[in-house]
Design a protein around this ligand. Structure first.
Ligand code: SF4
Length: 450
């Protein structure tokens, strides 16, 4: 093997993918979906930036974000002549990533692929890349680099233990800031203490862990030196689900003076002190998985509760000036045309500031996929490019595939109509007005005290 240059080209296949043309037309004409699509596409690949932040000083790197692979990028990377190309992709874009990796390897440039999909399907990924990282990248990264410099990176790199977040270093936000964007992600935890059946992320990321507050502070300071007023999304699956005192994390967030968005479960709406501190810390929006009005997924743990209790908690969050994006999943066992019509009526009438409705998707690594495979219900001729969250990839138990597809289109047409988008936009304005009033009140109270 010939030694190679000490440089890495990081390439991320980013964004949501909408494969189905009719939904694409629907999505493009519907501001709710379009806006979320644009917002997600703007998020940098935090995993790659994190690995870039752990490059030894003698290594250099470049960073690229793409939707699809193009010959132009292969030519550009060939000119860079890196020691290795590190690729990340979600399930829906993994075919693009594999095509890109193959094209590079034909030019003699070695590749390594990682991320959730590669972690769930390492043998498949190994057919398309020289090396595959399974699970957390940090513990094996220095070995990958050492092997790459010798021209010997190959096979599967699997950490023997989950990465200890106490050893985190700030991601290279500067690489992402070179591209036009205002949105950045910061991760405060990894994993989730729950185990919802359809969720692969909660398992593939290993045991639930929280990043120490002082390291988060360092990350925010690093980010603010690069971008003066970034919009921050916490890249957590369920912030505040852990046992740590919420004031540690919220103190750090509050000190940044930034507005931010996160994901949590509905139970935060019953924690009055947390809600008050959350609003004061700059949180403007929280994404909450309600999942279904009637169907109960396995593994919900303490997230399982009566709908009226969940909705009361969500109202309490919005009363504190934090807009709630309610997330629903269509297609649980027991779903019928009638239950989808009921959900549509509910969504047209509810007071949530925004809603996200996607189709149940048996992602690799999820118990849902294992169960549906056992039951012979995975649609085998719908490959990974169908795993967009907007395409049906399994056989429902109480409907036909086309019934579910049609019912989803009808729901999306109604829920993301111009009138509905306007109605929810006005709810958001009302919620955020409460937030401004509360902030002013707190400011004047603290001035009076001092
Ligand atoms: S609560 Fe959310 S992140 Fe946690 S397991 Fe369920 S779906 Fe996954």
């Amino acid at each position: 093997m010939t030694p190679r240059s000490r440089s890495v080209s990081f390439v991320s296949f980013v964004g949501l993918r909408v494969r189905e043309q009719e939904l694409l037309r629907l999505g493009i004409s519907l501001p709710g979906l379009e806006n979320r699509h644009a917002a997600v596409a703007e998020l940098p690949a935090l995993g790659l930036l994190t690995l870039a932040g752990r490059l030894p000083s003698e290594w250099s790197c470049s960073y690229h974000e793409v939707d699809k692979w193009e010959q132009r990028l292969v030519d550009q990377i060939t000119d860079e002549d890196p020691g290795i190309v590190a690729i990340s992709a979600l399930t829906a874009s993994v075919k693009e990533a594999y095509g890109f990796s193959n094209a590079l390897r034909k030019r003699g440039i070695p590749t390594v692929i990682g991320g959730l999909h590669a972690t769930a399907c390492p043998d498949e990924a190994a057919n398309y890349a020289d090396a595959v990282v399974v699970g957390d990248g940090e513990p094996v990264w220095s070995q990958v680099l050492q092997d790459a410099s010798l021209g010997q990176a190959s096979g599967i790199y699997r950490a023997d233990r989950p990465f200890n977040l106490n050893e985190s270093r700030p991601p290279r936000f500067d690489l992402a800031a070179a591209l036009p964007r205002s949105r950045f992600t910061i991760q405060t935890q990894r994993g989730c203490p729950f185990a919802c059946e359809f969720c692969a992320a909660s398992r593939l990321l290993g045991v639930f862990r929280e990043k120490p507050a002082h390291l988060l502070q360092e990350e925010f300071e690093t980010l603010k030196k690069i971008v003066r007023r970034p919009v921050v999304e916490l890249a957590d699956d369920n912030t505040f689900a852990g046992a740590r005192d919420h004031r540690e994390l919220l103190g750090v967030l509050s000190d940044t003076g930034l507005r931010y968005f996160t994901e949590s479960d509905w139970r935060i709406g019953e924690r009055v002190a947390l809600l008050r501190d959350l609003a004061a810390s700059g949180c403007v929006q929280v994404l909450v998985g309600i999942e279904s009005l009637v169907h109960s997924y396995r593994g919900f743990g303490e997230k399982r509760a009566e709908l009226c209790r969940v909705m009361a908690a969500l109202e309490a969050i919005q009363d504190h000036g934090i807009a709630v994006v309610g997330c629903f999943v269509l297609g649980a066992d027991g779903e019928t045309k009638g239950s989808i019509e009921n959900l549509t009526k509910f969504l047209l009438d509810c007071s949530l500031a925004d809603v996200q409705v996607t189709l149940q998707t048996p992602f690799p690594g999820s118990p849902l996929r294992q169960r549906l495979a056992r039951e012979g219900r995975i649609i085998s001729d719908r490959g990974w490019d169908y795993y967009t969250l907007f395409d049906v990839t399994f056989i429902p138990d109480c409907m036909t595939v086309s019934d579910l597809e049609n019912a989803y289109r009808e729901l999306a047409g109604a829920v993301y109509s111009t009138a509905e988008n306007k109605r929810r936009s006005s709810i958001r304005k009302t919620v955020w007005t409460k937030s401004r009033i509360a902030r002013k009140l707190r400011c004047s109270q603290s001035q009076e005290r001092s």
